[in-house]
Design a binder for this molecule. Structure first.
Ligand SMILES: C[S@@+](CC[C@H](N)C(=O)[O-])C[C@H]1O[C@@H](n2cnc3c(N)ncnc32)[C@H](O)[C@@H]1O
Length: 277
């Protein structure tokens, strides 16, 4: 992976984005389904009173879910603006009591936290996709601060599912910048300055993420797309969103299909739960 991690660019982007991130997982039924799948893995792997590190927490969508599960949460993010928003949003949801601390931190350097300080660690929504050559440091750090058998829950951007969702946009880039540029993204999963002006981003294949975690001595406890069934089906979901029973049925199908081995690559994100073997 190229040596492109630029913490200032990532911080600047998320400081500037400010509250734009808050609605990401509730704006449409497709996004709500993604929130449901991500939250499902928190419910399965976080125990009452666990001390959890929520790193790359942003405005706190999952900080709030963790608090609802009865966890105590240390919130961390590279962006001071996101940390301030996290305080606002978690407070407004009535869960500030669950927050142990809020820290500015980069996932590839968690030296301010002790080894095995947390029962579980959550890194949802993409920070690992920005790490470039510091990706191995980030995985090492996430595992170091988590208790030896504690779960690490992460999600990264998916190459296959993002390409399927944004195929039209990919052809726009091809028209503007040439076929070589989009061929290079498809081959490497790396989105660099030829495609977008902000920070570098890597999109993963599941085979690659699984190999990365195994190389770091992890066993894979669970893996899922987020999401395979809802992606591209906004109109179909709008039809049933207000029908409680049909929506619950669809969410069950989504959870079930997303963890089929043949579907894990098929969403915009890939979720993995790992722990040291
Ligand atoms: C897409 S948001 C995800 C927020 C939340 N976890 C979620 O899934 O809704 C990404 C967050 O990760 C933070 N972030 C990005 N790179 C990071 C890094 N290297 N270390 C810590 N936080 C990072 C950003 O500032 C931003 O708040």
């Amino acid at each position: 992976m190229p040596d492109v991690f630029d913490p200032d660019a990532v911080r600047g982007y998320y400081d500037g984005l400010a509250d734009g991130e808050w609605d990401r997982l509730t704006a449409t039924p497709v996004e709500e389904a993604k929130l449901h799948v991500h939250t499902h893995y928190l419910r399965e792997h976080i125990q009452l009173a666990d001390h959890v590190l929520d790193i790359g927490a942003g405005p706190g969508r999952f900080t709030i879910e963790l608090a609802r599960l009865g966890a105590r949460v240390t919130v961390a993010d590279i962006s001071p603006v996101q940390l301030a928003l996290n305080r606002e949003r978690v407070g407004a949801a009535g869960h500030e009591d669950a927050v142990v601390a809020r820290r500015e931190a980069d996932v590839s350097d968690l030296s301010q936290f002790d080894t095995a300080a947390f029962d579980a660690t959550v890194c949802y929504g993409g920070p690992l996709s920005y790490m470039g050559s510091r990706l191995d440091d980030a995985i090492d750090e996430l595992l170091r601060v988590t208790k030896p058998r504690g779960p690490l829950l992460l999600s990264v951007m998916s190459l296959v599912g993002s390409s399927q969702t944004h195929l039209d946009g990919i052809f726009d880039v091809m028209d503007a910048s040439g076929r070589d540029v989009v061929e290079a993204v498809a081959a490497s999963g790396d989105i660099g300055p030829e495609v977008r002006a902000t920070h570098h981003m890597h999109m993963f294949r599941w085979s690659e993420l699984r190999a990365l975690l195994q190389r770091h001595g992890c066993e894979i406890v669970a893996a899922s797309a987020s999401n395979c069934l809802s992606v591209g089906n906004a109109e179909a979901l709008a039809r049933i969103r207000d029908d409680h029973d049909a929506w619950e049925m669809f969410l069950r199908w989504e959870l079930d299909y997303c963890r089929e081995p043949g579907a894990i690559d098929a969403g915009t994100h890939i979720i993995a739960v790992a722990r040291r073997a």
